[in-house]
Design a protein around this ligand. Structure first.
Ligand SMILES: Nc1nc(=O)c2c([nH]1)NC[C@@H]1CN(c3ccc(C(=O)N[C@@H](CCC(=O)O)C(=O)O)cc3)C=[N+]21
Length: 286
């Protein structure tokens, strides 16, 4: 029997705890946590993200300021917007949705955000702290995955973990968190040879490739834990992950479903970091 890890349920619990913290912050310090979101152009996964983020923020009492910019927005305009929000003491977190259109340099944009307001944890300063095992702000998807491990009492300690995907958003920070949690980590990617051989040795497989249903039951060992970070829209409109759920069923001990697994946790962690930043801003005042 494969246990489905219920990200929707856990994210609800976390969001409820955050609602209480936001209420307290408002009462004790008169502060409402504020998150700025900048999105340029249209991207399917980003649109799902924006919608779910707005709903979550509303429930918790976080105010979001959404900047939906047209595809042809100039890099300079985005940078100027970021500089403005960096200076604004009422803004606690700034998030720029990735991917950005090709004419915009993603690095310039993520580097412009003040590390203290970087709720995504993508700034090199925050990424550096994470890799040195003293994190300040964490990328939300990897953090959400760690929360799922905690909830289901799965310890990464001394486990063989194979991460497929080396993106700055998921693969790399995930590897850092797993090393910090005493796992033995392998990062595989598009140039990796004999991928299946690697994954068959893994106690935990984390898949973040963007290739629909690429990991099957034949690629894993019995009772492996499988984390599916994929979010792919099939031509028929169905949302599927990077894991072929049907073939994994009965072989894996645990699996995160898509939808309802990692996605909702990403949102919950984003909310958590905004609240943490807002709380920190009170402490820094006195
Ligand atoms: N700077 C930045 N940070 C990100 O974290 C980021 C980003 N840019 N750009 C876009 C991707 C995509 N992403 C999603 C998060 C949650 C769901 C989500 O809520 N998924 C639901 C979908 C349910 C439904 O269909 O509504 C689920 O899996 O259950 C989707 C997509 C974050 N991303």
């Amino acid at each position: 029997m494969t246990v489905l890890m219920d990200g929707r349920k856990l994210s609800k619990k976390i969001k409820e705890q955050l609602r209480v913290r936001v209420e307290k912050l408002e009462k004790s310090a008169g502060i409402v946590p504020r998150l700025v979101v900048i999105m340029v152009g249209q991207d399917a996964a980003s649109q799902i993200y924006v919608r779910n983020k707005q709903q979550a923020a509303k429930k918790i009492g976080i105010q979001t300021i959404d900047n939906m910019l047209p595809e042809d927005t100039k890099e300079e305009e985005i940078l100027n917007l970021i500089y403005e929000y960096n200076e604004d003491p009422n803004i606690h977190g700034i998030l720029v949705q990735l991917p950005l259109p090709a004419h915009i340099n993603e690095e310039n944009v993520t580097h412009a955000i003040l590390p203290a307001k970087d709720v995504d944890g993508f700034h090199p300063v925050n990424m550096g702290h994470l890799f040195m095992n003293a994190p300040h702000s964490l990328p939300c998807t990897p953090r959400g995955i760690m929360e799922l491990f905690k909830e289901y009492e799965i310890s990464p300690k001394s486990k063989n973990v194979v991460i497929i995907g080396r993106s700055n958003i998921v693969g790399r920070p995930m590897a850092a968190l797993m090393i910090n949690a005493d796992a033995t980590v392998t990062i595989a990617h598009s140039k990796t040879l004999n991928l299946s051989k690697l994954t068959q040795q893994a106690d935990i497989v984390i898949v973040a490739t963007g290739q629909p249903q690429m990991l099957t039951g034949e690629d894993i060992k019995k009772d492996a834990v499988v984390i599916d970070v994929g979010m792919n829209r099939l031509p028929n409109g169905k949302l599927v992950g990077d894991v072929d759920q049907a073939s994994i069923d009965g072989i894996a001990s645990y699996l995160t479903p898509v939808p309802g697994g990692v996605g909702p946790m990403t949102i919950a962690m984003l909310m958590k970091q905004v609240v943490e930043f807002a709380e920190r801003s009170v402490k820094n005042d006195c």
